[in-house]
Design a protein. Structure first.
Length: 217
């Protein structure tokens, strides 16, 4: 199970504080609700593209000694199952859907000059589909404003709430993903298919998602 790492600094700062397992150790298990602190259980690695960063980050895992299940602390600037950071995706979506930029200009606004246009189309398609859910779910956080459509309304609410704040609340409390869960993780972001894990992955299943043209998402 993934929960969000309560950390709001830069990627560099995140990587520095990771070495201390006590710093953000959950004091109870979010899965079985056992009231004992979880045991540090290593890391897994995932790729991340952010403004000025394209590489691999470690994600800390903990183990519940009662239910024997693991919990990983995903930094809140990253989105589950997507390689690109929340910042990059939000800059692109605002430029494309709120400001009316072309796909190429929106990619530039997100500092992704060489990004294949299919990736941007994919984000737009997913956001459009998720917009009604977001507009509804964000109502307690941001006063709805009159807008011509739900996509504009959801974007306006995300901008006024702050994308990371909105992501943290929606993911932690409702298990809602800003771009919607893919079918293999729906409805709550948990893998329902057990796949054989390599010894190196220590039980974590790495998933690489490709669009119809074979580009990594
Ligand atoms: Zn547990």
């Amino acid at each position: 199970m993934q929960i969000l790492h309560p950390f709001a600094g830069s990627i560099k700062q995140y990587l520095e504080v990771l070495s201390d397992p006590d710093r953000f150790r959950p004091d109870h298990c979010p899965q079985c609700e056992a009231k004992n602190p979880l045991m540090a259980h290593g890391f897994y690695c995932r790729t991340l593209v952010d403004l000025g960063f394209d590489g691999v980050i470690r994600v800390r895992r903990y183990l519940c000694q009662f239910c024997k299940r693991t919990v990983s602390l995903l930094p809140q600037f990253a989105l589950p199952w997507l390689r690109f950071s929340l910042m990059v995706i939000s800059l692109f979506l605002v430029a494309r859907l709120l400001k009316g930029f072309t796909l190429a200009a929106a990619a530039l606004a997100a500092s992704q000059r060489t990004m294949p246009y299919q990736r941007g189309q994919f984000w737009v398609r997913r956001f459009r589909k998720q917009a009604p859910t977001l507009a509804l779910s964000l109502a307690p956080l941001a006063a709805p404003v009159p807008t011509p459509d739900l996509v504009t309304r959801a974007l306006t609410m995300l901008e006024s709430t702050g994308w990371i704040t909105a992501h943290r609340v929606l993911f932690s409390e409702l298990r809602t993903h800003l771009l919607g869960w893919p079918q293999f993780l729906a409805p709550q972001g948990r893998c329902t298919t057990l796949l054989p894990a390599s010894p190196a992955s220590r039980g974590y299943t790495h998933t690489i998602c490709l669009d119809s043209s074979g580009h990594r998402l």
